[in-house]
Design a binder for this molecule. Sequence first.
Ligand SMILES: Cc1cc2nc3c(=O)[nH]c(=O)nc-3n(C[C@H](O)[C@H](O)[C@H](O)COP(=O)(O)OP(=O)(O)OC[C@H]3O[C@@H](n4cnc5c(N)ncnc54)[C@H](O)[C@@H]3O)c2cc1C
Length: 547
Amino acid sequence: MTQSVFATHEVFNQSPPLEDVNLFAADRPLLEAVKANGGDLAEKELSDFGAQWGSAAMAERGRVANESTPKLRTFDSRGNRRDQVEFHPAYHELMAHSAHAGLHNSTWSADGRPAGAAAEVVRAAKFYIASQVETGHLCPITMTRASVAALTMQPDVLAKVMPVLSTKSYDPGFAPWWGKRGMTLGMGMTEKQGGTDVRSNMTRATRDGNAYRVTGHKWFMSAPMCDAFLVLAQADEGLTCFFMPRFAPDGSVNAIQFQRLKDKLGNRSNASSEVEFVGAYAERVGEEGKGIRTIIQMVQLTRQDCAVASAGLMRSGLAHALHHARHRSVFQKHLADQPLMQAVLSDMALHVEASVALVMRLCRAFDRTPHDQSEAAYMRLLTPAIKYWVCKSAPAFLYEAMECLGGNGYVEEGILARHYRESPVNAIWEGSGNVMCLDVLRALAREPDAAMAVLQDLAAETRSLPSAAEAVAFIGKVFRRSDGERVARVAVEKLAVLSAAAALNGVSPRHADLFAATRLAANHASMYGAVDLENADIRALLERALP
Ligand SMILES: Cc1cc2nc3c(=O)[nH]c(=O)nc-3n(C[C@H](O)[C@H](O)[C@H](O)COP(=O)(O)OP(=O)(O)OC[C@H]3O[C@@H](n4cnc5c(N)ncnc54)[C@H](O)[C@@H]3O)c2cc1C
């Protein structure tokens, strides 16, 4: 291709786009974490997925879907209600690719049972890769796959939905779900007066034959073009979970009226609505009054995905930073060869190594939970701790990654500005930071013996690592304090870091050692790069991150 010639200068010393890269094969920490957690048989499948999602065409879809944001069409030209949201075709293409790869259902069998083997690990590896390209469309994808866990509480609804939900097709048509090639589900819990405290929900459900009519509102209800939503509303016996389809069984459009779409910091390809239900048709899921217990099955899985996606965003930030530093020269030397930039990048690489090892270890626990009590205890205690630590570390990480690209990192043409704007949301939704810490305390209070057994297992897995024993003792001591809530963040962060060291020890003991030395033996400085790693370790970390 001939370059246009500028009147005053030649363009050089700019990094080429990081495109047409296999996002699986080029990521050794991911490859090894997948293998260590039982996903090795899927290497070919993951490599194909990584090549496809690393292509320039997918990156372009991600860019366009975020620039041409969804539009709410409340009425038609004659004043009739439409309540439809229009998306750019690029968004639909991303949805179709994700559905085709089973991101919305591959952890379930066709009748809604856990798929078994390493289904969680393999899907999470794909989710991690897809989140490096476009995260907005993953919102309905994650809600759809998670909804099955809640639907399990209502076998008749599950049985009729699964034949449509379990296909690998994406069908964006606005039509009753039962006639479609595939379907997506969303959820509506948060109301104006409270998102954490859903017990304060005011939306009412009244019986109508075998079904219910729901009247009220939701303040955040994302992905409004989903075919159905799991919604919380107050029934006679208390807060209850409902399956609310876009179309009523008689084929009429259900009374779900969208007021407006949120104008969000990030997550722009995804629509998040404010909505009114005006006697909307709904079917009960689980028992009346057991709404929280029902929907929490779903939320546990969306929390897992939040952590996986945040780790993926950080991975992408690292890869772009490293790639740029290898091409950009300052003072006649590539940035990647400057000792201070190496310190920053390798410290970041260590954080990503630990994060990906940790989220894959968590997914292994999800895989094994149905038939292994200790894995179930790991999953219950550590899902909130891992969501807390991984998701909350992403914004600061992406800011540092952006800075590695200098001014180019800050402009919207690159992906880092988008990643940075995206990164806080995973910590905020599906249970914000403090709520996650309170959840860890709740798991401890409910099952103290099981939680202590998890801590003992972590102690055994980290025995060889610097200061791990002290961390275990510290966590135990803080959790036993009567004022535990006030100091919960102190212990939960330490617990997550200890779990990350343990997970990384199962993947790469040398890097687990470095991680523990810089994060357990010493408090990590508030900036990346303020660590003293040997040159050989720096080289190895950067080579593993991106060959
Ligand atoms: C882009 C986006 C999309 C969303 N999509 C959906 C959706 O599809 N469906 C849906 O139902 N919701 C959705 N939400 C809502 C989201 O789940 C809530 O915003 C979240 O649960 C927090 O609830 P809240 O906003 O009411 O904040 P609050 O509950 O008021 O919490 C505010 C702060 O207080 C802290 N806090 C709460 N309780 C305690 C406590 N006991 N002690 C100490 N601190 C505490 C929280 O950690 C938080 O930091 C979405 C939000 C966003 C940003």
